[in-house]
Design a protein around this ligand. Structure first.
Ligand code: NAD
Length: 309
């Protein structure tokens, strides 16, 4: 049974994961190489706790767990049943992290990576108990989005996948087991197919960026939260899908490279919210307001979808 979790990496994802796990009754030890990231994480942890209150997520009968910040990897993994790795999406950094924690943990400890899409089979090559290594892909913001992908690599034991799936269920979250270790898993493959088409349409001048977002959010997005793509095929009718896809599939974006629009913005340091400009421009005050507004709306929608009004 998993009671103690070591969380390594406290950037965008780590603090929300720590908040959700501790609210679910687990004891979390958290660590980041950067003292600035640890300081930011303390504030993010409080904010995430407030959002969990708004979501009505209460602690289990045994009470809430806790989050302690540790000063070294050794202190972090001490006594852990599960290690969740949340360091940057770079195979060298991840491999170095596994090499550092490997001699400090027993063979029964599960190591899970929150990688967005590096195949688990590649990552588990860097750890001495690959059968205990698994993908646990949270969705951002992790304290709000309830779906988590669970992915086994070629050498992961089915028991490890089942343990993580059951843990996610016991927290009241929604595990989705990805049966084949394909790059990007499922969530990001579907998202990136959509993003490739969206960027292509904007780049070709078919639509303005604001209108693209209105079209997707109020057309497909709002609906897809209630009716998933497979159910949507049945709602639209497979005869209609067959007929439209007979000419449309051949016209959809299928580029293998990165769109010039994205390369140009990245070259100019326009990375989005984090740099103040990307597809849209942001002010520091505007960013705080936007993030609060997005959290409030996601909480409200989730309560409705869960029939909790
Ligand atoms: P991030 O860059 O915001 O944070 C990573 C943190 O890891 C940083 O604070 C950094 O200081 C720390 N770090 C780097 N090396 C370390 C080490 N050796 N030991 C301890 N800490 C170390 O990254 P993120 O967006 O939080 O992503 C983390 C992982 O989660 C990635 O694999 C990413 O692909 C995945 N992920 C990200 C998102 C997202 O939307 N950002 C969503 C799902 C999954």
């Amino acid at each position: 049974m998993i009671r103690r979790v070591a969380l390594i990496g406290l950037g965008t994802m780590g603090p929300g994961i720590a908040a959700r796990l501790s609210r679910g009754g687990l004891e979390v030890a958290a660590y980041d190489v950067s003292p600035a990231a640890v300081e930011r994480a303390r504030g993010m942890l409080d904010a995430a706790g407030g959002v969990l209150d708004q979501l009505g997520i209460s602690a289990p009968a045994g009470g809430a767990g806790s989050v302690r910040f540790a000063g070294t990897i050794a202190e972090t993994v001490e006594g852990a049943d599960l290690v969740i790795e949340n360091v940057p999406e770079n195979i060298d950094i991840k491999a170095e992290t596994y090499r550092a924690l490997d001699p400090l943990i027993g063979p029964s400890v599960i190591v899970a990576s929150d990688t967005s899409g590096i195949p688990i089979t590649k990552l588990q090559a860097h750890i001495s108990h690959p059968e205990r290594f698994v993908g646990m892909h949270w969705s951002n913001p992790p304290h709000i989005i309830p779906m988590i992908e669970v992915i086994g690599g070629e050498r992961t034991e089915p028991k490890t996948v089942a343990t993580i799936r059951d843990l996610i269920r016991s927290l009241g979250l929604l595990p989705v087991v990805v049966k084949k270790d394909v790059p990007g898993f499922v969530e990001n493959r579907v998202l990136y197919a959509l993003l490739r088409e969206a960027v292509d349409l904007v780049e070709r001048g078919v639509i303005e960026p604001e209108d693209l977002d209105t079209c997707v959010s109020w057309g497909i997005g709002y609906k897809i939260a209630v009716v998933g793509p497979m159910a949507l095929l049945d709602m639209a009718g497979l005869d209609i899908y067959k007929s439209v896809s007979s000419f449309l599939n051949a016209d959809l974006a299928d580029r293998k490279d990165i769109a010039q629009l994205v390369l140009d913005k990245a070259k100019d340091g326009k990375f989005g919210i984090k740099s103040g400009e990307g597809m849209f421009a942001y002010t520091p005050e505007g960013i705080g307001k936007l993030q609060g507004e997005r959290a409030r709306k996601l909480v409200a929608i989730r309560r409705i979808l869960e029939d909790r009004g």
